[in-house]
Design a protein around this ligand. Structure first.
Ligand code: C5P
Length: 238
């Protein structure tokens, strides 16, 4: 169980390692961790990751692996020594891929003597609408696909899924209480939505059942990121 402040992970959507390290240092102990994604990792690789990890802030490594089971297992083996707290794979890689990912994450954590990372599934990318989904040949509505893939993820040993704020209720209804919901699209009251279309405040998202809130620009683009993070934490405590 994470306490309220530990539920917040700040998305460091940058390729600049010094900037990422600086933010990680200043946010350590105030929030739960930081998220590094494809943009950062493709530019800076494991060395860049290690520089941020040296601050000892927990890291959510959001690389969204999607390949055959053997290759995804290999990718997880490759990042396991970095000991991320959370990592992501696509649920559309199928049941066997999810099971292998979970098994390998466990085996590697034992080998490296660290905690098993949470292996979290991406269901339907929020950039896809019903027309896009139909164009890829999937049938059914977006919520129906999210529910089906969420259930499949839990059945195949994933620790949780990434979901938009409007999907929290739906997934909480069908999943067990230990299944983790990682939720981006969070905007503190009064902050700009930017390109996020469906947003929710941190407090509402947690009250509805989110386990981790991914918050980027409301912290990183604030005049004082530490103050912005502290304000979000106190809003969660109210
Ligand atoms: O700046 P902002 O708070 O919008 O950042 C949200 C983070 O969550 C970004 O890293 C974005 O890529 C990620 N994300 C998202 N929506 C998803 C999945 C991930 O906003 N469905």
């Amino acid at each position: 169980m994470l306490n309220q402040s530990e539920k917040i992970f700040c998305a460091l959507d940058t390729t600049n390692v010094d900037q990422a390290v600086q933010l990680a240092k200043s946010l350590k102990g105030i929030i739960g961790g930081v998220k590094l994604g494809l943009e950062f990792f493709m530019a800076n690789g494991a060395d860049g990751f290690k520089r941020v990890a040296d601050t000892e802030i927990p890291i959510f490594l959001d690389l969204k692996f999607h390949d055959i089971p053997n290759t995804v297992a290999g990718a997880i083996r490759s990042v396991a020594p970095l000991a991320p707290k959370i990592l992501t794979i696509h649920t559309q890689g199928g049941p066997e891929m999810m099971r292998r990912a979970s098994e390998v994450a466990k085996e590697e954590a034992e080998k490296h003597n660290c905690e098993k990372p949470w292996v979290i599934g991406v269901t339907v990318l929020t950039s896809l609408d019903a027309t896009d989904i139909a164009a890829t040949g999937l049938s059914g509505s977006v919520p129906a696909s999210v529910e089906r893939l969420g259930l499949l993820a839990e059945k195949n040993q994933l620790d949780g899924v990434v979901c938009s704020p409007i999907e929290i209720n739906l997934l909480r209804r069908v999943s067990s209480k230990d299944f983790k919901l990682i939720v981006p699209g969070i905007r503190p009251t009064g902050s700009a939505a930017g390109d996020q279309k469906r947003v929710m405040t941190p407090k509402d998202a947690v009250d509805n059942g989110a386990n981790v809130l991914v918050i980027g620009r409301p912290i990183t683009q604030a005049p004082d990121p530490v103050e912005a993070a502290k304000n979000i934490v106190s809003a969660l405590m109210r």
